[in-house]
Design a protein around this ligand. Structure first.
Ligand code: NAD
Ligand code: UDX
Length: 466
């Protein structure tokens, strides 16, 4: 059996970086090199300020960097030295061409695979770490096999990543499960064993699931679809709560106490964001359509549609409550990241909220503890959002505290559930706001009756106004 001694990871992003840093941390006998074509990102990984914010990541990276953990732009060298290669590149939704808006763009996976085929001088285990449509491993295998020879063979594994941002290090150190799919051939099973041995350095073997390649690929899309479906289900119920006087937190708690339902992922919100849920469900929708299963496609598509509806509903509630117009009104937007404990803004609900506020000519004052001003301007200037940085700058002010954001505003909107928003001095904030002062809690993190006693008019997702 192969014993892995040298790992290369292609793609130093939110997944490749933390995942392989933890492998290096837990396997001091294995050399791990993370490579990327983005030289700025690699320079940041080699600096004192890592390119992504993730609790616990600095400690892990600083403990192993330049010992058995390396970050480099020398893709060819690292590929050649490795016996196992993770492909952890981005697989965004296609923007143009066949399947635009639904299918995953596999150009980066293909280019990484061709890169391996072009330079490899010895046999390799190639591992799909990126989230990909079912049967992508077949295309990778075809490309690699076309380039293999009598003395070089490539074995493909699927090892999807289940970490969530904000808790990535904990998720990697104590995973619910690790999933490794392989072709059911002697060589495939041998490669699978080699990767099991890597994870077994710290993951109990009963948590390492081995399956065939296609089950592993599909399980990743399925897991994200099922998680997102719970959020859309609870968000659909939140609309009923607002209209009836039921309280979504109470309903979610009562339902979640049923062991068959369970309490997790039932927090109503302004809508899920992040780089994975929407992308992966649309990918599943596309796959279903390709397989001529339109009912299945429509079923999963509804999870994304409901999410869009939830964001729209929240914006409508804000405008209606602010006397049907927000033109020239000042709104404090607290939080821009797609969830707490990350600086990532991909598909953040805050972007949709801002887009709508700007279209209504409101003045938006944004505060987020971990998202940079440049990132906010970049996100809002994207085509299809506001499209024009000058227009964005006319409407947006970025502040360095929640207090500054709230100054002379008509309303506060909570878009991200950062812990610091729970403990702000709301009396001080109230004094600095225009009256009547409104709070719209899109994350159900605030004590509404306490705020009401201060004088705020409080609107919470999933609750009737108080
Ligand atoms: P990312 O965009 O942060 O990182 C991908 C990196 O790959 C980029 O830095 C890019 O420069 C690099 N890259 C692309 N092509 C390359 C090539 N040919 N050679 C070298 N480098 C190359 O993406 P991410 O968030 O880390 O996601 C990676 C994959 O993992 C995606 O398929 C995603 O769906 C999946 N995933 C992401 C998460 C998450 O929380 N972000 C969780 C689970 C799975
Ligand atoms: C998700 C999956 O959880 C993870 O397993 C996968 O590997 C990548 O995609 P991530 O997107 O990083 O992880 O974060 P997650 O915690 O799942 O949150 C996604 C979005 O759903 C966030 O906007 C979050 O605020 C929202 N959410 C989550 C809710 O609105 N309610 C919930 O109960 C849980």
């Amino acid at each position: 059996m192969t014993h892995v001694k040298n790992i290369c990871c292609i793609g130093a992003g939110y997944v490749g970086g933390p995942t392989c840093a933890v492998i290096a941390y837990k396997c001091p006998d294995i050399k791990v090199t993370i490579v990327d074509v983005n030289a700025i990102r690699i320079a940041a990984w080699n600096s004192g300020r890592l390119p992504i914010y993730e609790p616990g990541l600095d400690e892990i990276v600083f403990a192993r960097r330049n010992k058995n953990l390396f970050f480099s732009t020398e893709v060819e060298k690292a590929v050649n030295e490795a016996d196992l290669i993770f492909v952890s590149v981005n697989t965004p939704t296609k923007k143009t061409g066949v399947g635009a808006g639904y299918a995953a763009d596999l150009a980066y996976v293909e280019s990484a695979t061709r890169g391996i085929a072009d330079v490899a001088k010895s046999s390799k285990i190639v591992v799909e770490k990126s989230t990909v449509p079912c049967r992508t491993a077949e295309s990778m295998r075809t490309i690699l096999e076309a380039n293999s020879s009598d003395d070089i063979r490539f074995d493909i594994l699927s090892n999807p990543e289940f970490l969530a941002e904000g808790t990535a290090i904990n998720d990697l150190l104590y995973p619910d499960r690790v999933l490794i799919g392989a072709l059911q051939t002697p060589e495939g099973l041998n490669a699978q064993k080699a990767l099991v041995e890597v994870y077994a350095h710290w993951v109990p073997t009963e948590r390492i699931i081995t399956t065939n390649l296609w089950s592993s690929e599909l399980s990743k899309l399925a897991a994200n679809a099922l998680l997102a479906q719970r959020i859309s289900s609870v968000n659909a119920l939140s609309a009923i709560c607002e209209a009836t006087g039921a309280d979504i937190d109470e309903v979610a708690y009562a339902c979640g106490r049923d062991a068959r339902i369970g309490p997790k992922f039932l927090k109503a919100s302004v809508g899920f964001g992040g780089s994975c849920f929407q992308k992966d469900i649309l990918n599943l929708v596309y796959l279903s359509e390709q397989l001529n299963l339109p009912e299945v496609a429509a079923y999963w598509k509804q999870v994304v549609d409901l999410n869009e509806y939830q964001k729209k509903r929240f914006v409508s509630r804000i405008i209606k409550t602010l006397f049907n117009t927000i033109t020239n009104k000042r709104i404090a937007l607290l939080g821009f990241a797609f969830k707490k404990d990350t600086g990532d803004t991909r598909e953040s609900a805050a972007i949709t909220l801002c887009k709508n506020f700007i279209q209504e000519n409101a003045k938006v004052r944004i505060y987020d503890p971990k998202v940079s001003s440049e990132q906010i301007y970049m996100d809002l200037s994207e085509p299809g959002i506001v499209d024009n940085t000058e227009e964005v700058k006319k409407h947006i002010t970025i502040t360095s505290s929640a207090y500054e954001a709230a100054d002379n505003t008509d309303a506060i909107v909570i878009a991200t559930e950062w812990d610091e928003f729970k403990t702000l001095d709301y009396e001080k904030i109230y004094d600095r706001m225009n009256k009547p002062a409104f709070i719209f809690d899109g994350r159900l993190i605030l004590d509404a009756s306490k705020l009401q006693n201060i004088g705020f008019r409080v609107h919470t997702i999933g609750r009737a106004a108080i």
